[in-house]
Design a protein. Structure first.
Ligand code: ADP
Ligand code: MG
Length: 615
């Protein structure tokens, strides 16, 4: 084949491959154009997840008649004219490719009217950039772009579209994010002729907070610190959730650079560092933050869909973000740092990020009593050690529960061990660094990660109960009321059956509230509220469309992780032995349910070799 120039429509379709990944990317480009046009109201109407129709109407400046064909042509833009402009671009768009790209993979109609014109003009385009036929139209000032049958002529792309629901969910979350960047614009969104939300202009701070609450849930503002810091030409404003209001997913993190929502490694790193010593591993902060700086100091032309930016002085930006956030978090006083979420389960700062305070307690009896029948089995070893004076109620309860549900019959392994007089995992000697159990076995020593092992035991137990369709449920003394976002409350409602199967009684009690009345009986020692928030975040992340079974497993894992004894709490010898016996009875007890090993063995042979004994 000879070298030839490609037809324009094909060039535009190739460009569309980069910019137009799915319906929500079309919405992003079109809404950004409305921003650039100075609109104060944007109406977005979606049909069939955007595959059938995306119609976006604004009341911005409009496009003059003669420019309409240009607006639909490649490399034509009203936003920059020179390299200098590109260097300090302040508009959302500047590449001049969105409209031609979109028109090449859909049936696009553009209607627009500027203030001075007698009427609006309407034009359709197919990305080939010839024969624009302009028709007069009664449209008011502003622009409407109607995109129908997305990817009708690119079947490969169309095949990759997810369900209508999923595609719409992307659009909805995109509009929420964009709405958080422009309080001076009112938004409305409808799907299949049904209004999904209507966000009025938010001028006053109260109105702005209402918008944020509508998107992040009202609990967020009650549990966040307001930030407004400026230094060396950089300004950071917004809200940061308290460490106690963290999440298991990174799904509530909104960061805007000059009004543009970005996902940036450097920013993520600075934020993570600032939260490092106030957040548990694996927890993610919640924030809505706006960074403003001279447009000349940031390159927004680093990504086709402009999702990434490049800072010209990365180090400076990083350090500014880190110190602004770090300082704000450090100023949080413990009293201030309690979760204020319509529940009694206030959680002091210290309990969250430091090891739990130990106070004397002599209530070990429950534990010992409830496992008395197992105790006799290995009564010769170790020398009975009296209960250590640590606060153990929580664990005692967890264990008591484990044992009430335990099999009466000993597992084969145990039987075998009994014959030999030594259980396979031996006897506990010490709790090292409050993390690892050191135990002596018949053939050597083992080290056990207590939290990981306990987690696996609870998980397997719950899984078994769930498989038998019988997860014992225990009513809470006081029902817990939890404030969540409306979307999460919807999810909780949709997942009602799943929750019942897993032993929960959860009901919606308002737009943004749910009430928890019962939880699985095995669940103990747990911050119920955080757990349920995590489960809902999980569901939101993976979608309810997934198989129920998969969800069930996921949720069981989350419950187990929350219910297991925390690392950094010293266990008594009795507790440790109880745990070892449990491990012997439990399937898969060699790995926790995140796949990490729970124990390791060093045989006397290995030790002998190491110390060159008998050689
Ligand atoms: P870009 O935004 O990069 O300039 P687009 O292809 O998105 O490129 O848009 C091309 C041009 O069409 C814009 O530069 C702008 O002049 C005009 N335009 C597009 N959408 C609108 C709108 N909603 N209101 C006013 N003008 C618009
Ligand atoms: Mg644009």
């Amino acid at each position: 084949m000879r070298v030839q120039i490609l037809p324009i429509q094909l060039i535009n379709q190739i460009a569309a491959g980069e910019v137009v990944e799915r319906p929500s990317s079309v919405v992003k480009e079109l809404v950004e154009n409305c921003f650039d046009a100075g609109a104060t109201t944007i109406n977005i109407d979606i049909e069939q997840g955007g595959a059938r129709r995306i119609r976006i109407r604004d009341d911005g400046c409009g496009i003059v008649k003669d420019d309409l064909p240009l607006a639909l042509s490649r490399y034509a833009t009203s936003k920059i004219a020179s390299f200098e402009d590109l260097e300090r671009v302040a508009s959302m768009g500047f590449r001049g490719e969105a409209l031609p790209s979109i028109s090449s993979v859909s049936r696009l109609t553009l209607i627009s009217r500027v203030a001075e014109a007698d009427c609006a003009w309407k034009v359709s385009a197919d990305g080939s950039e010839v024969d624009f036929d302009l028709q007069p139209d009664p449209h008011p000032q502003g622009t409407t772009i109607d995109v129908r049958d997305l990817f009708y002529n690119t079947p490969a792309r169309r095949k990759f579209l997810k369900t209508e629901k999923t595609e719409f969910a992307h659009i909805e979350s995109l509009i929420q994010k964009m709405a958080l960047s422009r309080f001076d614009i009112g938004f409305s969104l409808s799907h299949n002729q049904k209004e999904i939300f209507h966000l009025p202009l938010a001028v006053t701070e109260t109105e702005q907070q209402q918008r944020i609450a509508g998107i992040c849930g009202s609990a967020f503002l009650e549990n966040s610190i307001k930030i407004d810091v400026a230094s060396s030409g950089l300004q950071l404003a917004g809200w940061v959730g308290l460490p106690t209001f963290s999440r298991s997913q990174q799904d509530m993190q909104f960061f805007y650079v000059n009004g543009r929502l970005v996902r940036d490694k450097l920013i993520a790193h600075a934020v993570r560092q600032a939260f490092q010593d106030v957040l548990f591993n694996g927890r993610h902060p919640v924030f809505v933050l706006y960074l403003t700086l001279d447009p000349g100091l940031v390159d927004v032309n680093a990504h086709p869909a402009k999702l990434e930016v490049r800072f010209r002085e990365g180090r400076l930006v990083h350090d500014f973000l880190f110190s602004a956030l770090h300082r704000a978090l450090a100023e949080v006083r413990p009293a201030q740092n309690t979760v204020k979420i319509g529940t009694d389960s206030h959680q002091p700062f210290s309990a969250i990020n430091k090891s739990i305070d130990v106070t004397p307690s002599d209530t070990n009896d429950t534990l010992i009593g409830s496992r008395a029948n197992h105790k006799g089995t290995y009564s010769t070893y170790p020398p009975a050690q009296s209960a250590l004076p640590y606060q153990v109620e929580e664990t005692i309860q967890a264990y008591a529960k484990l044992y009430t549900g335990a099999d009466a019959e000993p597992a084969p392994k145990q039987e075998e061990a009994k014959q030999q007089g030594f259980p396979p995992l031996g006897y506990a000697i010490a709790h090292l660094h409050n993390i690892y159990i050191l135990a002596e076995t018949r053939t050597g020593i083992i080290l056990v990660d207590a939290h990981a092992a306990h987690e696996r035991i609870i998980y397997e137990k719950l899984k078994q109960q769930a498989q038998q369709g019988n997860v014992p449920s225990q009513p809470l003394l006081l029902p817990i009321k939890i404030n969540i976002s409306p979307a999460e409350a919807d999810l909780a409602e949709q997942a009602a059956d799943l929750f019942i199967e897993l032993g929960f009684d959860i009901n919606r009690s308002g737009l943004e509230t749910i009430v928890v009345r019962s939880v699985p009986a095995l669940m103990n020692n747990t911050d119920m509220e955080t757990l349920i928030r995590d489960v809902l975040a999980d569901l939101a992340q993976h979608g309810l469309s997934q198989r129920m079974q998969d969800h069930g497993k996921h949720i069981l894992g989350t419950i187990a992780c929350h219910s297991a004894v925390r690392a950094h709490r010293r266990l008594t010898i009795d507790e440790m032995n109880a745990l070892l016996r449990d491990m012997e009875r439990t399937e898969n007890s060699g790995v926790c349910n995140h796949g990490r090993p729970t124990w390791v063995e060093l045989s006397t042979n290995q030790l002998d070799k190491f110390f060159l004994r008998g050689q």
